[in-house]
Design a protein around this ligand. Structure first.
Ligand code: KIV
Ligand code: ZN
Length: 513
């Protein structure tokens, strides 16, 4: 018999905490709609107390999706819990997720609370959460470094106060498969949890064991896995959704568990996240990496041609990878373009279709073949631009020593121009941008890659810029790589300006997130 395991996706909360993965409200909604197509059971949309923007993001995701549950995170205190409850009040199926650490390390150094005080707080917080929202999850942060007897006692308290889900996270990515399986068996048995209570496993990947630990937790009795698309998340990331799902699907004899994930949507979801965040996916990343199904060695190719099962344990089609991702040529209509975008998981407004079509035709003029990856990059850069305070109007560079760059930017109805010299065209152009905007940043990271095959490929630039002590990430695309770099630099600078113009976020103490 195959037992069902629920997928709790935390890409928009824990995943979004990865450096470089922050998303604006529109991007969160776009991602949430794709997670709905992927058919996850729960979307954790954010941590509403963190800032106004975070609150709005959770609220908008809660209103946008219909089928999945929508969870909001809260520390175990009244303010956080009430704020989280408010953010998800319109969700069709809300979940309030509250957490408090249980390891002696956290109690002594972070919380400065006794075990009894933590027990009392867990009871009060879960009771309050339950009085506001029908489904409550309690997470015993740092479970895997907690005393097991105490963890069982905490679990009993949370259940008695009304918790429907008990999450035992490996917050610091410390545990191993054998230990975590044992921990779940022990806590489930010792707490005498009633049938309706679901045990959940949330694992960080510091030792590269997050997926293995999630699978072991399921063997120990967990029936919900918390994970992120592409394995993003705090530090080394979380359990990768695509890996854990495909491991269960591919190895049913060892893991007789099933999820409701529409695995054919995995590639779309992974690539959408990549284009929204600009976080590139390692070529050798299981399931979603560019090389995950590429057979290079002659002996492998020979075997695969004879029969795919010689070297292929799952098919590319089963995760939604198509061999022919060629889209449309210059003469393709708007209608065909819109349909292909919808297949890739993008819901475009009429204005976006028009704008994208113009970009698409301009690109198709330069390069004959336009691929799905080109379209993803075009859509991401178009959406970035719609939030931009400054946009690039003109760029000219002249080589020599030093290089000279002329830049013209638009802000609202005004245009401003500057010329600057620099060490190469990118440096000169970025300096001209800074003169116009009146900021001074330091480029910390700069990479450029081709979005698709071919000499005329669209270049996708990613930058990390240090501005006023904080790092801002930006992406930009163009068939001209200097222009792509300037778009990326401008996108990071615009994010800095946008943040400066909003209220400072509510400070989060060391206990949070
Ligand atoms: O890693 C962790 O412990 C968390 C909790 C808030 C669930 O992210
Ligand atoms: Zn976490």
């Amino acid at each position: 018999m195959v037992t069902r395991v629920e997928i709790f996706d935390t890409t928009l909360r824990d995943g979004e905490q990865s450096p470089g993965a922050s998303m604006n409200v529109q991007e969160k909604i776009q991602m949430a709609l794709q997670l709905e197509r992927l058919n996850v059971d729960t979307i954790e949309a954010g941590f509403p107390i963190a800032s106004e923007q975070e609150f709005e993001g959770v609220q908008r995701v809660a209103a946008a999706v219909k089928k999945p549950r929508v969870a909001a995170l809260a520390r175990a205190n009244r303010l956080d819990i009430e704020r989280a409850a408010k953010a998800i009040e319109k969700a069709a199926r809300p979940v309030l997720h509250t957490f408090l650490a249980t390891s002696d390390i956290h109690l002594e150094f972070k919380l400065k609370m006794s075990r009894q005080e933590v027990l009392d707080r867990v009871g009060e917080s879960v009771r309050l959460a339950k009085s506001l929202i029908g489904r409550v999850e309690y997470s015993a942060e740092d479970s895997t470094r907690s005393d097991l007897e105490y963890l069982a006692e905490i679990t009993k308290t949370a259940i008695a106060a009304g918790a429907d889900v008990i999450n035992l996270p490996d917050t610091v990515g410390f545990t191993t498969p054998m230990e975590i399986e044992e921990m779940f068996r022990f806590v489930i048995a010792e707490s005498g949890a009633p049938e309706h209570v679901v045990f959940s496993s949330h694992n960080h990947n510091d030792l590269g064991l997050a997926v293995a630990n999630a699978l072991a937790a399921v063997r120990g009795g967990a029936r919900q896995i918390e994970c992120c698309v592409n394995g993003i998340g705090e530090r080394a990331g979380n359990t990768a959704l695509e890996e854990v799902v495909m491991a269960m699907k591919t190895r049913q004899q060892v893991y007789p568990f099933d999820t409701d994930i529409v695995t054919e949507e995995i590639t779309n979801t992974s690539r959408l996240l990549g284009s929204i965040t600009g976080l590139s996916i390692a070529y050798n990343k299981p399931v979603v990496g560019r090389n995950a199904f590429a057979h290079e060695a002659g002996i492998h190719q020979h075997g695969v041609i004879a029969s795919r099962i010689t070297y292929e344990i799952m098919t590319p089609e089963s995760v939604g990878r198509k061999s022919n991702e060629l889209v449309l040529g210059k003469h393709s209509g708007k209608h065909g373009l819109t349909r292909r975008c919808a297949d890739m998981g993008f819901t475009l407004t009429d204005a976006e279709v028009q704008h994208l079509y113009e970009k698409f035709i301009a690109l198709a003029d330069k390069k004959k073949e336009v691929f799905e990856d080109d379209l993803r990059v075009l859509i991401a850069s178009m959406r970035n631009e719609s939030f931009e305070i400054y946009t690039l109007e003109q760029l000219r560079t002249a080589g020599g020593d030093p290089t000279i760059a002329y830049v013209k930017l638009r802000r609202g109805s005004e245009s401003c121009e500057e010329t600057s010299t620099g060490d190469g065209p990118v440096d000169a152009a970025c300096q001209a941008v800074e003169r116009i905007i009146g900021v001074s940043g330091r480029l910390q990271e700069f990479s450029i890659r081709a979005a698709s095959p071919g000499k005329e490929a669209l270049g996708e630039a990613h930058v990390a810029v240090l501005l006023n002590g904080k790092i801002f990430y930006g992406t930009g695309a163009s068939t001209d790589i200097v222009e792509a770099a300037v778009h990326a630099y401008l996108s990071a600078t615009n994010k800095y300006l946008a943040l400066k113009s909003t209220q400072e976020p509510t400070p989060i103490t060391a206990q949070a997130r």
